[in-house]
Design a protein around this ligand. Structure first.
Ligand SMILES: [Zn+2]
Length: 289
């Protein structure tokens, strides 16, 4: 079982407003933001935190449809927070492909350090979250009968549509079969990001570059890593630097979206998407169908 390091670099776009629950002030549900100090003073930006993305990816795997009619989580008897932490088969229970990569905790017994980490998430644009009025808090909807009070109006903040979020996933020393879980989770989590409704983001794509997606598999890192500075607020400059760094690999040239030598392979744009899809299929064949 050959191991590699793996990185995904992507720019996500939200086609509609998104709510990422953060904290509740009196009748206002706030989203998470970050404040940056730059040359032009303080800037507040929307934030899609890596820990939230990690949680959504893990749930995507737990809810994946298993051939026996259950979800994969039910089949494996693995959940949140009750992670199974099975690094090898125990009795008739198989190794857990989710805990193996995302880590797990069996209180008092076993801690498994995850080998997949998540980064990025600071929006490029400086559009701040907007507050909206909502008629009834979701938790009030389940109340019924005569004791129901009048609907409580509440306000909720939303990240604005069209924001671009550069995001990064890094896997440390995992086999292709193990990374397949991360590839499946990354692709399938995209339509499901955000709390409540509406949900969903997609990989930004344009004519010139295709999907803003880079996949690295390596023993030795080579060339530039397409990471957008959180201080960058200009969309055109941000995307140009992503494109430029994606194509800058030392000593290896690109052929049909892929650069490769004995220590390093990089897939860019459409080729990166195709390779992630291929690995998601490896996961589905092994663990779902
Ligand atoms: Zn598990």
């Amino acid at each position: 079982m050959k191991r590699y390091h793996w990185d995904i670099y992507a720019v996500l776009e939200a086609p509609q407003e998104l709510y990422f629950g953060h904290e509740v002030e009196i009748n206002v549900n706030r989203v998470e933001t970050v404040t940056l100090e730059g040359p032009g003073g303080k800037v507040v930006k929307a934030y899609f935190s890596p820990t939230k993305r990690r949680g959504i990816e893990r749930r995507t795997l737990l809810w994946a449809p298993h051939r026996d009619g259950k979800t994969l989580g039910e089949h494996l008897e693995c959940g949140i927070p009750g992670t199974c932490a099975r690094m090898e088969p125990e009795g008739d229970k198989p190794t857990c492909p989710i805990c193996r990569v995302y880590g797990a905790l069996r209180p008092g017994e076993k801690t498994v350090i995850g080998r997949l980490t998540h980064g990025g998430g600071v929006a490029i644009q400086t559009l701040e979250p907007q507050e909206k009025q909502r008629a009834m808090h979701p938790s009030d909807l389940v109340r019924s009968g005569k004791d129901q009070e009048n609907p409580t109006p509440f306000r909720r903040e939303y990240n604005q549509p069209g924001l671009y979020y550069p995001v990064y996933n890094h896997a440390l020393s995992v086999s292709e079969e193990e990374f397949a879980a991360a590839a499946y989770a990354f692709l399938n989590a995209l339509p499901r990001v955000g709390a409540g409704n509406p949900k969903g983001a997609c990989v930004l794509s344009d004519e010139e570059f295709g999907p803003y997606l880079v996949l690295d598999r390596y023993l030795v890192p080579k060339g530039a890593r397409p990471i957008i500075s959180p201080h960058q607020t200009d969309i055109e400059e941000a995307l140009a630097s992503f494109r430029q760094e994606a194509r800058r690999v030392r000593g290896v040239s690109f052929a049909s979206g892929k650069a490769e030598d004995a220590y390093f392979a990089r897939w860019v744009g459409e080729a990166a998407l195709a390779e992630l899809e291929r690995m998601a299929e490896v996961f589905a064949k092994e663990h779902l169908v």
